[in-house]
Each structure stands twice: as C-alpha cells, then as structure tokens.
Write a protein that binds this ligand. Sequence first.
Ligand code: PHE
Length: 469
Amino acid sequence: MERKPREHWGSRIGFLMAAAGSAVGLGNIWRFPYLAGENGGSAFIIIYLIFALVIGISIMIAEFAVGRRTQLAAVGAYKSINTRWTFAGVLGVISAFFIMGFYPVVGGWSTAYIIKSFTGLLSNSTGIKDAFVGFISNPIQPVAWMIFFLFLNILIVAKGIASGIEKAGKILMPTLFTLLILIAIRSITLPGASAGLSFLFKPDFSKVNGETFLAALGQAFFSLSLGMGCMMTYGSYLNRDEKLPNNALIVTLMDTGIAILAGIAIFPALFAFGLEPDSGPGLVFVVVPQIFAAMGGIGSLFSAIFFVALTVAALTSSVSLLEVVVAFLMDQRGWTRKKSVYVSGGIMVFTGILSSLSMGLMSGFTIFGAGVFDFFDILTDKIFLAIGGMLLAIFVGWFMKKEDLQDELTNSGTVAFGLFNVWYNLVKYVIPLAIAIVAYIGITSIKQTGLMIFGLAIILVLGIFSKKF
Ligand code: PHE
C-alpha cells in the first residue's frame, strides 16, 4: 500500500490546543460536577485529583510516546510493535465508537440550549428542571439536535487534522475559560453560596466506597481522553522536537483546572438555589440556567454564550473521538479520510438516535439492565478506559524497550526528562497494579454486574482473537 506522508500539527500551540481541546469537554463541565455531587463532593474530588495527577499524567506521557514513536494511530501503533497486542488498540477504537454513542446526545442538548436561552427557558426559574426533563425525553427535538451536532463533527474531521481540528480549538478554548471564570465569580457571590464551597472543599469520607474509587478513576481517564488511543493518535501527528512530558503536564493541569473551575461555578449556585447536589446528569442544564435566570434580561445573552462555549468544548472533544475511528480506517484499511468519516459518522447517527430515544420513547428497552445511553456510558467509563489504560501501561512497561522510551521522551537525548525512571517504574509496576485493584473492588461492588461481565467478556474475546485484526 502506497503511504501518503503523515499529516502533522501546524504549530506547537496548535497541538496543545487540540490535545487540551480533546481533554476539556463535557467530561469536565457536564460530568465531573454531577459525579462529584453524587459521590459526596470533596472526598471524591481529592481521589479524582490524585488519580489524574499521578496515573493520568503518566499514561498521557506513555500515549504520546507510543504514538509519536510509531507515527501510527492506536491499532497500528500496537500492531507495529507487537501483533499480540493489536487487540488493545481495537479496544480503543470500540471505546471511541461507544463514547460517540452517547456523547453527541449531550452535545445536542447543549446546542439546543443556545437557542433555548432566548426562547423562554429562563423566564420561569422554577420550571427549568421540568423543562430539561421534558426536552430530553421528547422523541424528535433532541434527536434533531444530536444529528446537527454530529454533522458539525463530520464537517470538521473530513477537513483533516490540522486545518479543521486545530483552528476550532485555538479560538474557542480561551472563550470557554473566560466564561467559566465569570460564572464562578457570579456563583460564589450569590447569597447562601458558602454551603457550596464547603461541599467542594471540606471532605466527607463517609461517602467513599469501592464504587467511588472506580468512578474517580474512570472519570480521570474519561476527562483526560486516555485509555483508548486518542492521545496516542494525536501524538502520532506530533513533530519530533516537541517535549512530550511537558505537553502532558500542561494538558493535565488545564483539564483538571477546568473541572475544578466548573465545580466552583456550579456548586455554590446550586446550594444558593436550594437544589440537591446528587440530581444526576441534568445538573449543568438545570443549575447554570438558574444562575442566568436570576440576572434578568441580560441573563439570556450570558446563558447563550455559555452554551456556545460548552458546545464548542464538546465539539473539540468529540472530533478527537471520531478521529480515532477515522485514523484507524485510514491507517489500517487504506480508506480515504472522507470515506472513513462518512461511514463511521453514519453509524454514529444511528447509535446516537437509539441513545437519545432511551431518555423517553425507548426507556423501557434495556441491555443488561441499562438503557442504551447508560449502556454506552457505563461500559466505557467504568471498564474499557481503565482497562485500556492498564493494558497500555503493561505494554509500555513490559513489551517496549526502555532505551526506546527514553530516546522518545528525551527527543533522542536532546532534552532532559529528569523523572524518567520515576515515570518508568510507575508505568511498569505501580499503575497496572493500582488499576487492577481499583477495577476489581469497583466492579465487584457495582450494581450492574451483568453489564460488567459483558464488558470484560468483550475484552477477553478481543484478546483471544488478537492475531485476526
Ligand atoms: N475528554 C473528553 C471530555 O472530557 C471526552 C473524551 C474521552 C474525548 C475520551 C476523547 C477520548 O469531554
């Protein structure tokens, strides 16, 4: 097969923005606050931060290194080093497909809320929650918005990595950041906000159990776009002279910073309005509009800008998920970019419709006790990403040459990476063990046992047939 020269990022800041764009998304602003709310607040946040800052950074460095070393996306990268490991890459592609099974639904909600900010959503502050529930269970509206959101993804990814993805991230990430700061300031200055701050910063460890740890670990992987080959794929487009550990550090700090900022924006307001912290996936869509509703006329404008920024954050993440699938089809099947995008995008429209309908019309249809949306969400977030990360750590630690890794992480000895040995031992010994323990405790204490066994079975089958891919 004739290979075209690989696309590369246009600039350093372009890569950083794209990688941070992938990391920062619905995971930080939609999911992190409601998970923290359900798991007792700051105790969860502390566990999450430890996982993100120790395991997350190390895995990100490893993904960048493997991607740039091989110049191939997930499946090809594993395959080119050891064919027995191809399944770990395939697991990543499946994870990308599954996450894209529910992510665009929430992306669609966010897009819809841009318009809804102007059409009466904010006029009746007690009805905001009912309005949300009514909207997501409607059989037509959220489906249409989901398809629109996916369509934007298809347009961007079809244009290619540097021109499409890079540009979107460069402009819109800073907007989101500025807005979150403004909302956080508004939120903490509301009367009664201090209860929210203590919820965020005074840990209550009585709420912590085995599931909390797995939730925090899964969230760390999800939020940092790890454990499914995404950062590997982005790393494969990275120039030889970039410092990988520095980039990983910056992306991780930005991502966790934005998650905490989202918490500071949401919880003080939540308590000020007398809402419950464990109200689940609707949290941002209920609390943030309340803040703006209390502002009067100008609130609509702020609300619209917030949802524009959230939609864009979601978009810079979902394009990276679509890119994992597309890069696989291009690298491994020799398809053109356009064909890969249209075919995989088409399948995602289908899974997205099922997911969206599972909030209403199809709520009675369950697989292993979970609706379609939850099926995709729980499988990826509670199993695939963490196990994917564990497999990567084992692969890098035990199946790659230490000298090759050192060479890659120091740009052939031209830049220093003083903590190389610390990183190497973490990846080789500590992380696989830590993930195995957390996954074991979490999976055995979780309610959806059938679903967990199904997920593990998929991984096992992939492993057995690894040579076939
Ligand atoms: N990190 C993204 C978010 O927080 C989601 C994502 C997961 C993107 C995995 C790519 C890969 O929204």
